[in-house]
Ligand binder design. Structure first.
Ligand code: BG6
Ligand code: MG
Length: 214
Protein backbone atom coordinates (compact mmCIF):
# COMPACT_ATOMS: atom_id res chain seq x y z
CA UNK A 1 0.00 0.00 0.00
CA UNK A 2 1.41 3.47 -0.84
CA UNK A 3 2.20 6.02 1.86
CA UNK A 4 1.00 8.86 -0.35
CA UNK A 5 -1.23 9.43 -3.34
CA UNK A 6 -0.57 12.35 -5.68
CA UNK A 7 -3.44 13.63 -7.79
CA UNK A 8 -3.32 15.52 -11.00
CA UNK A 9 -6.01 18.22 -10.88
CA UNK A 10 -7.41 18.93 -14.34
CA UNK A 11 -9.37 15.94 -15.57
CA UNK A 12 -8.85 13.91 -12.39
CA UNK A 13 -10.30 15.88 -9.48
CA UNK A 14 -12.40 18.19 -11.54
CA UNK A 15 -13.51 18.28 -15.15
CA UNK A 16 -11.57 21.40 -16.12
CA UNK A 17 -10.03 19.50 -19.04
CA UNK A 18 -13.19 20.41 -20.98
CA UNK A 19 -12.67 24.13 -20.26
CA UNK A 20 -9.03 24.00 -21.34
CA UNK A 21 -10.20 22.33 -24.55
CA UNK A 22 -12.94 24.92 -25.15
CA UNK A 23 -10.50 27.78 -24.70
CA UNK A 24 -7.85 26.28 -27.01
CA UNK A 25 -10.52 25.45 -29.60
CA UNK A 26 -11.70 29.05 -29.48
CA UNK A 27 -8.16 30.29 -30.04
CA UNK A 28 -7.66 27.88 -32.95
CA UNK A 29 -10.87 29.11 -34.51
CA UNK A 30 -9.66 32.70 -34.26
CA UNK A 31 -6.43 31.65 -35.92
CA UNK A 32 -8.44 30.01 -38.68
CA UNK A 33 -8.33 26.28 -38.08
CA UNK A 34 -10.28 23.52 -36.38
CA UNK A 35 -8.91 21.88 -33.27
CA UNK A 36 -10.31 18.43 -32.57
CA UNK A 37 -10.71 16.37 -29.42
CA UNK A 38 -8.13 13.94 -30.74
CA UNK A 39 -5.53 16.71 -31.14
CA UNK A 40 -6.45 17.87 -27.65
CA UNK A 41 -5.16 14.64 -26.04
CA UNK A 42 -1.64 15.93 -26.71
CA UNK A 43 -2.31 19.08 -24.69
CA UNK A 44 -3.45 17.33 -21.54
CA UNK A 45 -0.99 17.69 -18.70
CA UNK A 46 1.26 19.92 -20.78
CA UNK A 47 2.16 23.48 -19.70
CA UNK A 48 0.37 26.50 -21.13
CA UNK A 49 3.22 27.63 -23.39
CA UNK A 50 3.99 24.14 -24.64
CA UNK A 51 0.30 23.63 -25.32
CA UNK A 52 0.35 26.73 -27.50
CA UNK A 53 3.32 25.34 -29.45
CA UNK A 54 1.46 22.08 -30.08
CA UNK A 55 -1.70 23.96 -31.05
CA UNK A 56 0.21 26.12 -33.53
CA UNK A 57 1.89 23.08 -35.05
CA UNK A 58 -1.51 21.41 -35.51
CA UNK A 59 -2.68 24.53 -37.36
CA UNK A 60 0.54 24.67 -39.38
CA UNK A 61 1.26 28.15 -38.05
CA UNK A 62 4.78 29.38 -37.39
CA UNK A 63 5.24 32.28 -34.98
CA UNK A 64 8.69 33.46 -33.98
CA UNK A 65 7.61 36.56 -32.07
CA UNK A 66 7.72 35.65 -28.36
CA UNK A 67 5.52 38.62 -27.43
CA UNK A 68 2.81 37.50 -29.81
CA UNK A 69 2.95 33.98 -28.40
CA UNK A 70 2.50 35.36 -24.93
CA UNK A 71 -0.46 37.42 -26.10
CA UNK A 72 -2.08 34.33 -27.56
CA UNK A 73 -1.55 32.21 -24.47
CA UNK A 74 -2.83 35.07 -22.28
CA UNK A 75 -5.91 35.27 -24.43
CA UNK A 76 -6.54 31.55 -23.99
CA UNK A 77 -5.96 31.83 -20.26
CA UNK A 78 -8.36 34.76 -19.89
CA UNK A 79 -11.12 32.73 -21.52
CA UNK A 80 -10.23 29.74 -19.39
CA UNK A 81 -10.27 31.80 -16.18
CA UNK A 82 -13.66 33.14 -17.20
CA UNK A 83 -14.96 29.57 -17.69
CA UNK A 84 -13.72 28.41 -14.29
CA UNK A 85 -14.71 31.54 -12.38
CA UNK A 86 -18.19 30.25 -11.68
CA UNK A 87 -17.16 26.70 -10.79
CA UNK A 88 -18.66 25.14 -7.69
CA UNK A 89 -18.21 22.02 -5.59
CA UNK A 90 -20.72 20.34 -7.93
CA UNK A 91 -18.01 20.10 -10.55
CA UNK A 92 -15.82 17.79 -8.49
CA UNK A 93 -15.84 14.55 -10.47
CA UNK A 94 -18.11 11.79 -9.11
CA UNK A 95 -16.71 9.80 -6.20
CA UNK A 96 -13.52 11.85 -5.90
CA UNK A 97 -14.13 13.56 -2.57
CA UNK A 98 -15.29 10.33 -0.93
CA UNK A 99 -12.22 8.54 -2.24
CA UNK A 100 -9.86 11.26 -0.96
CA UNK A 101 -11.42 10.98 2.49
CA UNK A 102 -11.05 7.19 2.47
CA UNK A 103 -7.33 7.58 1.78
CA UNK A 104 -6.95 10.12 4.57
CA UNK A 105 -8.83 7.90 7.01
CA UNK A 106 -6.46 5.07 6.12
CA UNK A 107 -3.48 7.29 7.00
CA UNK A 108 -2.39 7.79 3.40
CA UNK A 109 -1.16 11.30 2.64
CA UNK A 110 -2.65 13.12 -0.33
CA UNK A 111 -1.17 15.77 -2.59
CA UNK A 112 -1.86 17.69 -5.77
CA UNK A 113 0.67 17.49 -8.60
CA UNK A 114 -0.55 19.77 -11.36
CA UNK A 115 1.03 21.79 -14.16
CA UNK A 116 -1.65 24.45 -13.80
CA UNK A 117 -0.94 27.93 -12.54
CA UNK A 118 -4.68 28.20 -11.87
CA UNK A 119 -4.60 25.35 -9.34
CA UNK A 120 -5.28 27.44 -6.24
CA UNK A 121 -8.16 29.28 -7.90
CA UNK A 122 -9.80 25.97 -8.75
CA UNK A 123 -9.17 24.33 -5.37
CA UNK A 124 -10.68 27.38 -3.65
CA UNK A 125 -13.74 27.31 -5.90
CA UNK A 126 -14.35 23.63 -5.16
CA UNK A 127 -13.44 24.09 -1.48
CA UNK A 128 -10.79 21.37 -1.29
CA UNK A 129 -7.67 23.40 -0.36
CA UNK A 130 -7.53 22.17 3.23
CA UNK A 131 -7.86 18.49 2.41
CA UNK A 132 -4.42 18.19 0.79
CA UNK A 133 -1.18 17.67 2.70
CA UNK A 134 0.80 19.24 -0.12
CA UNK A 135 -0.03 21.20 -3.26
CA UNK A 136 2.57 21.41 -6.02
CA UNK A 137 1.34 23.38 -9.01
CA UNK A 138 2.55 25.20 -12.11
CA UNK A 139 3.85 28.11 -10.04
CA UNK A 140 6.29 25.84 -8.19
CA UNK A 141 7.88 23.90 -11.03
CA UNK A 142 10.16 24.70 -13.94
CA UNK A 143 9.84 21.52 -15.99
CA UNK A 144 6.51 20.38 -17.41
CA UNK A 145 5.24 16.80 -17.53
CA UNK A 146 6.44 14.34 -18.84
CA UNK A 147 9.31 15.55 -16.67
CA UNK A 148 8.82 14.00 -13.21
CA UNK A 149 9.64 17.22 -11.32
CA UNK A 150 6.09 17.98 -10.16
CA UNK A 151 5.61 14.53 -8.59
CA UNK A 152 9.10 14.35 -7.11
CA UNK A 153 8.53 17.73 -5.45
CA UNK A 154 5.27 16.54 -3.96
CA UNK A 155 6.94 13.39 -2.59
CA UNK A 156 9.71 15.50 -1.13
CA UNK A 157 7.30 17.90 0.53
CA UNK A 158 5.34 14.96 1.96
CA UNK A 159 8.59 13.36 3.07
CA UNK A 160 7.67 10.11 1.35
CA UNK A 161 9.92 8.00 -0.87
CA UNK A 162 8.83 8.17 -4.56
CA UNK A 163 8.46 4.39 -4.65
CA UNK A 164 5.83 4.68 -1.90
CA UNK A 165 3.73 7.08 -3.95
CA UNK A 166 0.85 6.39 -6.30
CA UNK A 167 -0.16 8.97 -8.91
CA UNK A 168 -3.59 9.53 -10.47
CA UNK A 169 -3.46 10.96 -13.99
CA UNK A 170 -5.70 11.52 -17.01
CA UNK A 171 -2.90 12.55 -19.37
CA UNK A 172 -0.40 10.50 -21.34
CA UNK A 173 2.33 13.03 -20.42
CA UNK A 174 1.39 12.67 -16.75
CA UNK A 175 1.62 8.90 -16.82
CA UNK A 176 5.08 9.11 -18.29
CA UNK A 177 6.05 11.67 -15.63
CA UNK A 178 4.86 9.39 -12.82
CA UNK A 179 6.75 6.41 -14.23
CA UNK A 180 9.90 8.49 -14.59
CA UNK A 181 9.47 9.49 -10.94
CA UNK A 182 9.49 5.78 -10.04
CA UNK A 183 5.90 5.84 -8.83
CA UNK A 184 2.88 3.65 -9.41
CA UNK A 185 0.30 5.28 -11.64
CA UNK A 186 -3.42 4.87 -12.06
CA UNK A 187 -4.94 6.29 -15.23
CA UNK A 188 -8.30 8.01 -15.05
CA UNK A 189 -10.10 7.82 -18.37
CA UNK A 190 -9.80 5.76 -21.53
CA UNK A 191 -8.00 2.38 -21.32
CA UNK A 192 -6.71 2.63 -24.89
CA UNK A 193 -5.20 6.08 -24.45
CA UNK A 194 -3.81 5.45 -20.96
CA UNK A 195 -2.45 1.98 -21.67
CA UNK A 196 0.92 2.67 -20.03
CA UNK A 197 -0.63 3.15 -16.58
CA UNK A 198 -0.41 0.33 -14.02
CA UNK A 199 -4.18 0.36 -13.76
CA UNK A 200 -6.95 2.41 -15.39
CA UNK A 201 -10.30 3.49 -13.97
CA UNK A 202 -13.06 5.36 -15.73
CA UNK A 203 -14.37 6.95 -12.55
CA UNK A 204 -13.75 6.97 -8.79
CA UNK A 205 -17.28 5.90 -7.96
CA UNK A 206 -17.36 2.89 -5.69
CA UNK A 207 -13.60 2.56 -5.30
CA UNK A 208 -12.03 2.06 -1.89
CA UNK A 209 -8.40 2.00 -0.86
CA UNK A 210 -7.93 -1.46 -2.36
CA UNK A 211 -7.58 0.47 -5.61
CA UNK A 212 -4.09 1.59 -4.55
CA UNK A 213 -2.98 -1.78 -3.25
CA UNK A 214 -0.52 -3.38 -5.63
C1 BG6 B 1 -2.67 20.93 -16.89
C2 BG6 B 1 -3.72 20.78 -17.98
O1 BG6 B 1 -3.18 20.42 -15.70
O2 BG6 B 1 -2.34 22.30 -16.70
C3 BG6 B 1 -3.24 21.45 -19.25
O3 BG6 B 1 -3.95 19.41 -18.22
C4 BG6 B 1 -2.86 22.88 -18.96
O4 BG6 B 1 -4.27 21.37 -20.20
C5 BG6 B 1 -1.81 22.95 -17.86
O5 BG6 B 1 -2.33 23.49 -20.12
C6 BG6 B 1 -1.42 24.37 -17.49
O6 BG6 B 1 -2.54 25.01 -16.96
P1 BG6 B 1 -2.70 26.56 -16.76
O7 BG6 B 1 -3.97 26.67 -15.94
O8 BG6 B 1 -1.50 27.04 -16.01
O9 BG6 B 1 -2.80 27.17 -18.10
MG1 MG C 1 -4.89 16.31 -16.19
Amino acid sequence: RPKACIFDLDGVIVDTAKYHYLAWKRLAKELGFEFTEKDNERLKGVSRMESLEILLSVGGIKIEDQKLKEQLSDKKNNWYVEYISQMTKDEILPGVEEFLRKLKNAGIKIAIGSASKNTMTILRRIELVDLFDSIIDGTKITKAKPDPEVFLKAAEELNVDPKDCCVFEDAVAGIEAAKRAGMKVIGVGDHEILKDADRVITSFVGHGIELVEF
